[in-house]
Design a protein around this ligand. Structure first.
Ligand code: NAP
Length: 248
């Protein structure tokens, strides 16, 4: 059976690194993105030029309609999904809780929490042995922010990752005897564009001295852990967390 992997938000950053590594390991990849079609196409072309199989599919994972369409597109173009990485995530301008309004909370939670739930739902419908599927694996991309709390920066984002941790624990147990493993990675400070969304593109340089290993992490270091959790080598691992944070 072909390994078919959907990675949400894989036009850039951790998702893009995961897509390229997974393609090397024989997965057919759906590179999902929100707006940056050029970046998504460039990930797809580097995969196909290396002999792999990939498609780029736009979908806002915060939209139920888009998520349903994303999975239908994969059914038609790549085949039944066997693995999902819930990677797409967002954060907004660094600030204190007293300045956060409901609209911002709804935006952050809609992508980070609702989006991950909706994608998990569509994956389970296709993977679960209860629904005639052949099983599969889900990896959620949480953050060490879920246990550090991100004070003064984005407690809303950190709380959304707390929800992802709890979802990982509950869902792992819910589908454990249906052939589906659900695990999470918790990256620390990784060099990607996400810090610019918080208003501080060079944030990793500022905070890296607080990391026991005294450096920021690279997207490929997160991708390696994600691919291990997806693989048969992790066949007895579910409901587990791997922190990739240099000891933070
Ligand atoms: P990034 O470089 O900012 O890339 C974000 C990716 O998500 C892009 O591909 C973007 O698509 C996509 N995206 C954003 N909102 C989306 C939506 N609503 N629907 C579909 N796609 C969406 O981010 P990153 O740093 O690689 O982060 C990836 C994950 O790791 C996130 O869940 C983040 O919270 C987590 N994480 C990151 C760090 C870190 O230090 N970087 C640390 C801990 C956890 P477009 O290109 O189209 O905009």
């Amino acid at each position: 059976m072909e390994k078919v992997l959907i990675i949400t938000g894989s036009s850039r950053g951790i998702g893009a690194a995961t897509a390229c590594l997974a393609a090397e390991q024989g997965y057919a990849i759906c590179v999902n993105y929100l707006r940056n079609q050029e970046a998504a196409r460039s990930v797809v072309s580097s995969i196909t030029q290396a002999g792999g199989r990939a498609i780029a599919t736009a979908a806002d994972i915060a939209s139920e309609e888009d998520v349903v369409h994303l999975f239908q597109t994969v059914d038609e173009q790549l085949g039944k999904v066997t693995a999902l990485v819930n990677n797409a995530g967002t954060l907004e301008q660094q600030t204190r809780v007293e300045n956060i309004d409901a609209a911002r909370l709804n935006r952050v939670f809609a992508t980070n929490i609702t989006g991950s739930f909706l994608c998990a739902r569509e994956a389970i419908k296709r993977m679960s042995t209860k629904h005639g599927g052949a099983g599969g694996a889900i990896v959620n991309v949480s953050s060490v922010a879920s246990r550090l709390g991100s004070p003064g920066e984005y407690v809303d984002y950190a709380a959304s990752k707390g929800a992802i941790d709890t979802m990982t624990i509950g869902l792992a147990k819910e589908v454990a005897d249906e052939g589906i493993r659900v695990n999470a990675v918790r990256p620390g400070f990784i060099y990607t564009d996400i810090h610019a969304s918080g208003g501080e593109p060079n944030r990793v340089e500022r905070v890296k001295e607080s990391v026991p290993m005294k450096r920021g992490g690279h997207a490929i270091e997160v991708a390696n852990a994600i691919l291990w959790l997806l693989s048969a080598e992790a066949s007895y691992t579910t409901g587990a967390f791997i922190d990739i944070a240099g000891g933070k």
